[in-house]
Ligand binder design. Structure first.
Ligand code: HEM
Length: 528
């Protein structure tokens, strides 16, 4: 239990609630007892600092050498593709909180779970996220289509009101249960797809591109529309090809072109592809929404009962219980495909990497799965509950190689964090990657040891809850978390049960592209 006391914690005479000592109960490795909570910088604090000293400017934070326009040359030398590795090296030199620069932009990198906790807790009920920077070109292209605003466009009360509409359906574990067997059917088809695409040496060159991306979208389709879209079929329809290519091109090009406003004038082909991809993705997404709407309308008019899977779909839920119209349902459904496509496929590809590199751990997982899988081979939520090693493998992979290597936060006002003044809007990068590789937090940090997450293991009790947060934290954390977990659990159980996985290549650190840690994904899959 965390005990709170109203105390004068600072030289500035500011009274605030503090957690005292007890963090030790849960987090024995981090006995930080007196920490100044992150707080908005007030005029009083400034005055006190002038009189007594104490507050330091962000410039005095330690950090690598940077240059006015170019920023940190190491990022340029590594073509911005090894930022996670550079950060890890810097963490060793500069400690738990340091400053860095990406071109002109200052940022703070944090790799201490206690400081991360303070930052996450400070964001309150309406965390602000500005996607207009990283996804500007996507949002603009969508604006041209005159569609309603979505979770990505919105902030403040408007965002909170919209997000509440999805909570029960997407985040309540009880509602996710029914999707396990459905995701299991999709996973069986994905395993068949792997079998089909293997060469004569059982190798697939890029399983993420050839199978995992389509499997992730097909699973989301089942949740969102309640029917199969056919992305794992042997021959893709022309429509499905356009849908898949559309999502891929939009995500890649939008993130690239959003980096600077002038890029679209030079890379005009990328810009044209982005707009074409948007049209294809949205047109086909809207066609699918229409299909659900028609079925709901027909059922109502003719007094028929809806097919179970359609009745349980997100679209049906939004129409019937949230009164959303066609455009609203379409835009939210389409957005979920974008949010869940590369996140889930990349994260899963990393788990396959670690299992492929560690045959002994893969064997433990195999034994667990065949022991607990239901007789008909359809994996239920109850079956997964009895597979702790499976869940531990996913967690351990996310610790070693989180797909999103930093969670970002920024505040609209100047803040004080550990006596440093952090100017408003400065990105604070909370480094999942660095904390995951910290030996003082995780002994044998570079080894794949799922056992450390098992309940019976003492280490599990001591792991600070803010070290491994692949889905973010708080009010704005990942809305698709339960879906992604369910998809990955049933897919990995189905693969391991039927195939032996071997990663082709050395242990890899992956490239970091636009903040995403991207693995190579060449694997051999041998029949068991
Ligand atoms: C393993 C897969 C996934 C990972 C690692 C992941 C990770 C994340 C992270 C880190 C955030 C930001 C959280 C924060 O800042 O605190 C996020 C937001 C979000 N994710 Fe995911 N995600 C995954 C899968 C999905 C899926 C499958 C969906 C949808 C079906 C989804 C929908 C969303 C949405 C809508 C948001 C924005 C929420 C908001 O702004 O209110 N994600 N995700």
């Amino acid at each position: 239990m965390v005990r709170l006391q109203f105390v004068n914690t600072s030289r500035f005479g500011i009274m605030r609630w503090k957690s005292i000592a007890p963090i030790q109960n849960t987090v024995s490795r981090y006995p930080i007892i007196w920490t100044r909570n992150i707080a908005v910088l007030t005029e009083d604090m400034k005055k006190d600092a002038e009189i007594h000293g104490g507050l330091k400017s962000m410039d005095s934070l330690p950090g690598p050498r940077t240059f006015p326009i170019l920023g940190n040359l190491e990022h340029i030398r590594t073509k911005f593709m090894k930022m996670h590795i550079t950060q890890l090296k810097n963490a060793k030199k500069y400690g738990p909180m340091y400053k860095d620069k990406l071109f002109r932009n200052n940022a703070i990198i944090v790799q201490d779970p206690d400081i991360c906790k303070e930052v996450y807790r400070a964001e309150g009920k309406l965390p602000h996220r500005d996607f207009s920077i990283s996804l500007r070109e996507f949002l603009k292209a969508r604006e041209k289509m005159q569609l309603p605003k979505s979770l990505l466009d919105l902030n403040g009360e408007e965002w909170a009101e919209l997000r509440r509409k999805f909570h029960k359906k997407m985040l309540a574990p009880i509602n996710m249960k029914m999707f396990y067997p459905q995701f299991s059917d999709v996973a069986v088809d994905a395993v068949e797809c792997i079998r089909r695409l293997r060469d004569e040496n059982s190798i697939i060159n890029d399983v993420r591109e050839e199978v995992l991306g389509k499997w992730a979208l097909e699973s989301i389709g089942k949740f969102v529309y309640g029917f199969r879209t056919g992305l794992l079929d042997q021959t893709l329809t022309d429509e499905n090809k356009r849908f898949y290519e559309g999502i891929k091109i939009v995500l890649t090009n939008a993130i690239f072109l959003s980096r600077a406003k002038w890029l679209k004038y030079i890379f005009w082909k990328a810009y044209a592809d982005l707009n074409k991809g948007m049209k294809d993705w949205h047109a086909i997404g809207m066609k699918n929404t229409k299909k659900v709407m028609e079925q709901v309308k027909n059922a109502e008019e003719m007094g028929k009962t809806l097919e179970d899977s359609i009745a349980n779909s997100l679209t049906c839920y939004l129409i019937l219980t949230k009164n959303m119209d066609f455009n609203e349902c379409s835009v939210h459904a389409i957005e979920l495909f974008g949010a869940g496509y590369d996140t889930t496929s990349i994260t899963t590809s990393w788990v396959l990497h670690w299992l492929g590199m560690n045959p002994d751990k893969q064997e433990i997982l195999y034994n667990e799965v065949i022991d607990r899988i239901p007789e008909d081979g359809r994996i239920t939520d109850a079956a997964v509950q009895r597979m702790p090693y499976l869940r531990a493998c996913i967690k351990e992979s996310a610790r070693l190689t989180p797909m999103i290597f930093v969670n970002m936060r920024s505040f609209p006002e100047d803040m004080v964090l550990r006596d440093y003044i952090i100017p408003a809007q400065t990105p604070i990068l909370l480094s999942n990657y660095n904390m995951g590789r910290d030996e003082s937090i995780f002994p044998n940090a570079n080894s794949f040891m799922p056992e450390r997450w098992l309940r019976e293991n003492k280490e599990e009790d001591e792991i600070h809850p803010f070290t491994t947060l692949p889905f973010g934290f708080g009010a704005r954390s990942c809305l698709g978390r339960r879906i992604a977990e369910a998809e990955m659990q049933v897919f990995l159980a189905q693969v391991v049960r039927q195939l032996k996985i071997k990663y082709i290549g050395e242990e890899q650190e992956g490239d970091n592209i636009f903040g995403i840690t991207l693995p190579k994904s060449t694997f051999a899959f041998y029949d068991r």
